[in-house]
Design a protein around this ligand. Structure first.
Ligand code: FE2
Length: 133
């Protein structure tokens, strides 16, 4: 399912982090569209490959931001990021080898979409209180 940015539910109070989340969502939705419109495994794989790289850049940035603001959710955030990093490493290995079968791409799309929404709305938003302090 495509993800729709919801300012009230998703904002972290840090503009640059929100913009990165919006970019991540935009790229995820492109991946979703490619899958939904049968644009082929190659296009979907290329988009997924961008997302996994961008996720890492964004995670590192967000972790630094949470540490600097002494956010109480920093440890939970890091643990959640590390769990996804392990999955992403596996995905990357498969993408580099001989691509991923469509059935796996469908599964990844659903899992990643759910993860992103849940993570932003439950953990990343904890930054809000830290920015206000
Ligand atoms: Fe996060």
């Amino acid at each position: 399912m495509a993800i729709v940015w919801n300012q009230e539910r998703m904002t972290t109070g840090v503009d640059v982090i929100d913009r990165e989340h919006q970019e991540l969502i935009r790229r995820f939705n492109e991946f979703h569209d490619a899958m939904a419109h049968g644009q082929g495994r190659d296009a979907a794989s290329r988009l997924l490959s961008f997302i996994v790289d961008y996720t890492e850049t964004h995670f590192a940035h967000e972790e630094k931001c949470m540490a600097e603001l002494r956010c109480p959710a920093a440890a939970a955030n890091l643990a959640a990021h590390n769990a996804l990093r392990r999955d992403v490493a596996e995905i990357k290995t498969h993408l580099k080898a001989d691509g991923l079968p469509l059935v796996d791409l469908v599964k990844i799309e659903r899992t990643l979409g759910d993860w992103l929404q849940r993570h932003i709305c439950s953990i990343d938003v904890k930054l809000r209180e830290c920015v206000r302090r």
